[in-house]
Design a protein around this ligand. Structure first.
Ligand code: HAM
Length: 445
């Protein structure tokens, strides 16, 4: 027996269906906004992340899975996807004709060596979008709206959008100086992490979770007092558009995010359920000014966010939001007698070719065992036959929910199943099923 690697988890059976459902929903929304899929490697050169996510971030300092490959190159399992996505835009010369914005969506696994706890894994999945090459409050607002609507589509009710701005370069320099002045006298009493944050990136102290440090943070200077006029106007504009679109947000001036590449607006989606279990943020993101340049591209800006699929699915599970489907298979084929199994296999192939989800018994089981299997597999119909039925070119078709059984001719099977299953067309040309017009699936009703 081998154990799972600490902090990892299997996603199997029904749980995997839930992951696909959530991912497909996100993908569907991203496509409506004309985002295109990007699939980038899981391994990248380590320097990509130290340059982008940043040497002062916890992710780069403590959480990366980094190793030397056989050619002595430092390689890292991606802790997030944004850096690799932007790198791929540069590598594939997508900036050359300046057809902006470049819009990417992505889904895939990330790796962070964190302390495993509720909602926190060492391998987890993200869905995200990056909109690159433009910089207007309208685009920023549009990306936030995409994220908000995607979660709403999944019926999240108690959703909070926390939002802040980190302003521009000038804002941050002035603000960091003010924070250093403020924290200096308290530093001796603060946690070790805060002591190193003070040196590496003082903004990170605002994010400290130690209660005594949070008390000190409460009275720290607020970024709003240091924002340049442009940063202030941009932020106000984004908030105005969100309000106009009925997005409820909460200003959180201590929201700095855990990655170094942000400037301008930053945001996180949080959910507070009745159980008060804290799953952490469902997703987060923000605007970036220098990231593209930092990884070798032109001086253009971008904005993006990522959702954590594990957290989204866990909360939907808590809310009992996934329907427990009664039917998972259209039909289970039950041949009576070993000699009829090959016939059953061929019939299964024919039905699958016509778009039905079919399983078949090829194990020489008795009737009652086959029925039990059909029920366990949540089949709607059982298709039953022995030698006689094959000779007569007919089958028994039993609805396993109502227990009703009929006898039908082989040539009617596809049509009958199609009708019984709701009239859908196996060729997807439902609109062609008009009187007198024969569809390519040969149905003309
Ligand atoms: P992040 O906030 O580090 O941002 O991660 C985004 C989301 O990934 C989190 O809100 C959370 O749902 C999920 N997540 C993070 N760590 C874990 C973990 N250990 N276990 C389970 N889920 C986790 C980013 O990664 C940025 N790349 C977002 C972004 C895109 N910013 C701009 N564009």
């Amino acid at each position: 027996m081998f154990n799972l690697v600490k902090g990892t988890h299997d996603v199997i059976l029904n749980e995997a269906d839930k992951y696909s459902f959530v991912e497909n929903m996100f993908i569907d929304i991203a496509r409506r906004y004309n985002y295109k899929e990007f699939r980038t490697p899981i391994i990248e050169y380590s320097e990509l992340f130290s340059r982008s996510v940043g040497d002062s971030s916890d992710i780069v300092r403590k959480e990366m899975y980094t190793f030397l490959d056989k050619g002595n190159r430092s390689i890292t399992l991606r802790p997030e996807l944004t850096a690799g996505i932007i790198r791929s835009m540069v590598t594939n010369k997508l900036f050359v004709n300046q057809d902006y914005p470049i819009k990417a969506f992505y889904v895939g696994p990330c790796f962070r060596y964190e302390r495993p706890q509720t909602g926190r894994y060492r391998q987890f999945n993200q869905f995200g979008v990056e909109c690159v090459g433009v910089s207007t409050p309208l685009r920023d607002a549009e990306v936030i709206l995409l994220g908000y609507k995607a979660l709403k589509k999944l019926n999240f009710e108690n959703l909070t959008l926390k939002i802040n701005t980190l302003g521009d370069e000038e804002t941050r320099t002035n603000y960091k100086n003010a924070l250093k002045e403020y924290f200096k006298p308290y530093l001796e009493t603060m946690c070790d992490d805060c002591k190193s944050r003070f040196e590496l990136n003082v903004l990170r102290i605002l994010d400290c979770k130690v209660p005594s440090d949070q008390e000190i943070v409460k009275n720290a200077p607020k970024i709003t007092d240091y924002l340049s006029e442009t940063a202030k106007t941009n932020f106000k504009e984004i908030l105005r558009i969100l309000e106009k679109n009925n997005v409820k947000y909460e200003l959180d001036y201590n929201l700095v995010r855990g990655l170094d590449y942000y400037s301008g607006v930053v945001f996180e989606f949080h959910y507070k359920g009745e159980s008060n279990k804290d799953f952490g943020a469902l997703g987060g993101g923000g605007h970036y000014n220098n990231l593209v340049k930092e990884v070798g591209g032109p001086e253009v800006e971008g904005i993006g966010f990522s959702f954590g699929i594990e957290r989204v699915v866990s909360i939907l599970n808590e809310l009992d939001a996934f329907e427990d489907s009664q039917i998972e298979l259209h039909a289970y084929i039950m041949p009576i007698g070993e000699e009829n199994q090959e016939y059953a296999l061929n019939l299964a192939e024919e039905l699958r070719d016509n778009g039905f989800e079919i399983d078949v018994s090829l194990e020489n089981k008795g009737m009652s065992q086959m029925f039990k299997k059909a029920t366990r597999r949540k089949a709607l119909y059982a298709i039953i036959f022995g030698e006689n039925e094959i000779q007569n070119n007919e089958f028994g078709l039993k609805n396993l929910l109502t227990e009703e059984q009929i006898t039908i001719k082989k040539e009617e099977l596809i049509d009958v199943l199609t009708k019984l299953l709701g009239g859908g067309c196996s060729c997807d040309h439902d609109h062609d099923h008009e009187e007198g017009h024969e569809c390519c699936c040969k149905r003309s009703d």
